[in-house]
Design a protein around this ligand. Structure first.
Ligand SMILES: [Zn+2]
Length: 404
């Protein structure tokens, strides 16, 4: 076995989209060494030292930065509702999540942000990936979501009321190993009987969590559909508004002023309508009217966000409900961004460079340039011309090693 420092790879003769340049570079090479990108450029200018490295012939393939999913839930399979999964055998859930992580990695997604887990299984999974015991994307994890008593996601949440208890709840997540804190500012579609426009945690409660998290160098993400919830979360100082469905001009202006990011989750509100089990069908029928309402409004919100220059990231929300499987879910998200008017290049930039910043890993990930970690997806075809290429993953390189 070579040591870490000896791992070396030359990805030869690919089409390279590095996440920065508008156009891909044909006949390019990427030289990976010591887990980082050492050189990129035209093969004709390939350093002679790189030519001696083990070679991955990427003729006909396009290399892009590994996709990053800024909003998902790895503990749940996305085929069964969370409120049923919580009653299942914990070990079985954990083992299924191991398979989920493999699938995510195989779809070219090399980093994810888990914004709500179950009994800290997601922390164990993160540690197992870091230790090399299982294969999966790099992970940021929030631990338990924090909601008001009876709030959105309460079946898996740390319920907390009042600023002091919410502060304690945030500190508990950080103690358990959380990289970020997740708050519920409004109701949600996945929790039966909730109103998505209704506010839940108050400004004072969220501000207490933000203060506790920021003091320990962690960011805060807030689930927000309704407008007042967005305004409250921004006023409380959260770092990202998740979903952001009923964004208004005023809310967008405040987000820009405070540097609050918007993490869109378009795919989860537009589930595939085919191949459902009877239980999924029932869930689809329950969710259809509320998802339709969210879909109608989010187009307007995206226009407002883009017009005001709100920083945009995106996540699949895979696992978040029974209609959100971990099945090329970031490819789907990019497709939905394009359907909402983003160019393919803009959508891919959101799914790579922007999401790296949402995860706080912008110095490590998100572009293919020297010095960054060597996380690369190799696709059959060029996704800038044909988004279908995102589902034709020929190889995945993570930390400079080929893992698929
Ligand atoms: Zn979610």
């Amino acid at each position: 076995m070579p040591t870490e420092a000896e791992v070396e790879l030359l990805i030869a003769d690919c089409t390279l989209w590095d996440g920065r340049a508008p156009d891909p570079l044909p006949h390019a090479g990427i030289w990976l060494r010591d887990r980082v990108i050492h050189w990129t450029g035209p093969m004709a200018a390939c350093p002679s030292e790189a030519r001696g490295a083990p070679c991955l012939d990427a003729t006909g393939l396009t290399a892009i930065p590994g996709l990053i999913d800024a909003h998902l839930h790895v503990c749940w399979n996305g085929r069964e509702p969370v409120h049923s999964l919580v009653h299942r055998d914990r070990d079985a859930l954990l083992l299924e999540a191991v398979q989920t992580l493999e699938r995510i990695l195989a779809s070219g997604t090399t980093a994810v942000r888990d914004v709500g887990g179950q009994e800290y299984m997601e922390m164990s999974l993160r540690r197992a990936v870091q230790a090399g015991h299982i294969r999966g994307p790099r992970m940021r994890t929030a631990g338990q979501i924090i909601c008001m008593t009876g709030g959105h996601g309460h079946v898996v949440a740390r319920e907390a009321d009042g600023p002091e208890e919410v502060r304690k709840a945030a500190r508990e997540q950080i103690k358990a190993g959380a990289d970020l804190v997740k708050l519920m500012a409004t109701g949600g579609a996945a929790t039966p009987g909730q109103e998505v426009q209704a506010t839940q945690l108050t400004v004072e409660e969220m501000a207490a969590a933000v203060q506790a998290a920021h003091a320990m160098g962690r960011r805060v993400a807030a689930h927000c559909h309704g407008t007042q919830g967005i305004l409250d979360a921004v006023a409380a100082g959260v770092d990202s508004v998740e979903h952001g469905t009923y964004l208004t001009e005023e809310a967008a202006q405040r987000m820009v002023a405070r540097g609050t990011a918007l993490v869109l989750t378009l795919g989860v509100a537009r589930p595939d309508e085919t191949g459902h089990t009877p239980a999924q069908q029932a869930e689809a029928e329950r969710l259809r009217p509320v998802l339709a309402a969210l879909n109608d409004r989010v187009r307007e919100s995206i226009a407002i966000a883009r017009a005001h220059g709100v920083f945009i990231g995106a996540g699949s929300d895979a696992g978040g409900n029974a209609l959100a499987p971990h099945d090329f879910s970031m490819a789907r998200e990019v497709e939905h961004l394009v359907q909402m008017g983003f160019s393919a290049q803009e959508a891919l930039t959101v799914a790579t460079r922007h999401n790296a910043r949402i995860l706080g890993w912008e110095s490590l990930l998100g572009t293919l340039e020297p010095g960054k970690r060597a996380d690369v997806a190799l696709l059959e075809g060029n996704p800038l011309e044909d988004l279908g290429a995102l589902r034709r993953v020929a190889a995945v390189v993570q930390d400079g090693r080929r893992v698929l």
